[in-house]
Write a protein that binds this ligand. Structure first.
Ligand code: PMP
Ligand code: GLN
Length: 378
C-alpha cells in the first residue's frame, strides 16, 4: 500500500506508556491523570444513561452541553457564541483539530505550525494535502517569534495553529502576544486554529488569554478545548470547537461525515456538571500545587528545571545528568531508573535534540513522591 503518512509510526505517547507498563516504571510520560474524576461527574453520566439518553444526539452535540459551553466562554472571556450555530461537540480535541483542518485546508495550501508542537498537527495537515510550514518558537524560552511568523506568511498560507498553554514547553501566551498576533494577521485572511486544551491550567495568578477575548482573532478562529483535560477524563474523548457561524458551517459539513456525533450520555453528564463552575475554577490551584511539589522535589537534583507557567507538563534539561540523546535517555530512564518521560524531539519534524525531556505531573502526590525519590538519584 502506498502510505499517505510514510514518516509516521506509533506515537511516542503509546510507545513510552507501553514501555513503562512493561518494566513497571512510574509513568510520567503520556499526559493523563492517574487519579479518577469527580464521582459527581460519573453520577451525572449514569443518570443520563438511566434516563435513556443512549441514542444518537443531534449532529453538532447535545443542545444543553452546547449552551453550557457558550455560557462558560461568555462568563470567562466576554464573547457570545451561539450554541446553535457556533459551538460543536467533538470526539476530543484531536478530532476537533483534524476536522477543522480538513474543513479549511486544500491541497497546496500552507499551514503554519510553531515548533515544538503537538504530534497530530503535521500529519493532519498532510492528510488534507496541505504543506506544513514549521516556524520555531524561540529556542530556550519557547516564546512566539512574531518576526519569524510574519516571514512565514505567504499568499498560500491558509491557517496558523497555536497552542497556549503549550504542550510540551508549558509556556503561556500573554494578552500582548495575542494583540501582536491580531495585528499581524489583520491584513490577511489566514484562519486560526487555537488549541486551548490546557485553558484551565494557568498558574501564579495569571489568566488564560483565550483567542475568544480578541475580536480580530476570534472572527477567524476555531477555538478547541477538551473535557478530558479539564475534568480528568481523557478516556471519554469529548471536546469542543467554538467558531463563527460561517466557519462552524464548514466544520460541521466535515464533522457529520467524520464522526457524525459524539457519545450521548457523556454529553448530558457534562452539561449538568458544567452548571457548577467550581471544578474548573479550582483547577489552577489544584495543578499549581502538583507543579510546586514536583519542582521542589527536583530542585536538589542535576535535572535543570525549565519554567512552567501552564499545562500539566514540566520540562527539564538533562545535559548535566547524561550524555545520551533525549530519546535514548527516556528509554534508559524508564528501564534503569523506573520513571518514564517524553523526549522533546517528538514534538519536532526532524531529529532535533536539545537535551530536554517532558514529565507529566497530573499524578497523585504519592506517585510524584515515588518518581521524585527515583529521580533524585540522578
Ligand atoms: N492538543 C494538545 C496540545 C494536547 O496535549 C492534547 C492531548 N494530549 C490534545 C490536543 C488532544 O486532546 P484530546 O484528548 O481531547 O483529543
Ligand atoms: N496529549 C497527551 C500528551 O501530550 C497524549 C495524548 C496521546 O496519547 N495521544 O502526552
Amino acid at each position: 500500500l502506498h502510505s499517505k503518512l510514510p514518516e509516521v509510526g506509533t506515537t511516542i505517547f503509546t510507545v513510552m506508556s507501553a514501555l513503562a507498563a512493561e518494566v513497571g516504571a512510574v509513568n510520567l510520560g503520556q499526559g493523563f491523570p492517574d487519579f479518577d474524576c469527580d464521582p459527581a461527574l460519573v453520577e451525572a453520566v449514569y443518570q443520563a444513561m438511566r434516563a435513556g439518553h443512549n441514542q444518537y444526539p443531534p449532529m453538532p452535540g447535545v443542545p444543553a452541553l452546547r449552551s453550557a459551553v457558550a455560557s462558560k466562554i461568555e462568563a470567562l472571556h466576554g464573547r457570545k457564541y451561539s450554541a446553535d450555530s457556533e459551538i460543536t461537540i467533538t470526539a476530543g480535541a484531536t478530532q476537533a483539530i483534524l476536522t477543522a483542518i480538513l474543513a479549511c485546508v486544500r491541497p497546496g495550501d500552507e499551514v503554519i505550525v510553531l515548533e515544538p508542537c503537538y504530534d497530530s498537527y503535521a500529519p493532519n495537515i498532510a492528510l488534507a494535502g496541505g504543506t506544513v510550514v514549521r516556524v520555531p518558537l524561540t529556542p530556550g524560552s519557547f516564546r512566539p517569534d512574531f518576526d519569524k511568523i510574519a516571514a512565514a506568511l505567504s499568499p498560500r498560507t491558509r491557517a496558523l495553529l497555536i497552542n497556549s498553554p503549550h504542550n510540551p514547553s508549558a509556556t503561556v501566551w500573554s494578552a500582548q502576544d495575542m494583540l501582536t498576533l491580531q495585528e499581524l494577521l489583520a491584513p490577511t485572511d489566514v484562519l486560526l486554529i487555537s488549541d486551548e486544551v490546557y485553558e484551565h491550567m494557568v498558574f501564579d495568578g495569571v489568566e488564560h488569554q483565550s483567542v475568544a477575548r480578541f475580536a480580530g482573532l476570534a472572527a477567524r478562529a476555531f477555538i478547541v478545548s477538551s473535557f478530558g483535560k479539564t475534568f480528568h477524563v481523557t478516556g471519554w474523548k469529548v471536546g469542543t470547537v467554538a467558531a463563527p457561524a460561517a466557519l462552524t458551517a464548514e466544520f460541521r459539513k466535515v464533522h457529520q461525515f467524520n464522526v457524525f456525533t459524539v457519545n450521548t450520555p457523556m454529553q448530558h453528564g457534562l452539561a449538568s456538571y458544567l452548571q457548577n463552575p467550581a471544578p474548573y475554577l479550582q483547577l489552577p490551584a489544584f495543578y499549581q500545587a502538583k507543579r510546586d511539589l514536583f519542582r521542589a522535589g527536583l530542585a536538589g537534583s542535576r535535572l535543570r528545571l525549565l519554567p512552567c507557567a501552564g499545562s500539566y507538563f514540566q520540562c527539564v534539561d538533562i545535559s548535566a545528568v547524561s550524555d545520551l540523546g533525549e530519546a535514548d535517555f527516556c528509554q534508559w530512564l524508564t528501564r534503569e531508573i523506573g520513571v518514564a518521560a517524553i523526549p522533546l524531539s517528538a514534538f519536532y519534524g526532524k531529529g532535533f535534540d536539545q537535551r530536554v525531556v517532558r514529565f507529566c505531573f497530573a499524578k497523585k502526590d504519592a506517585t510524584l513522591h515515588l518518581a521524585l525519590q527515583r529521580l533524585r538519584k540522578l
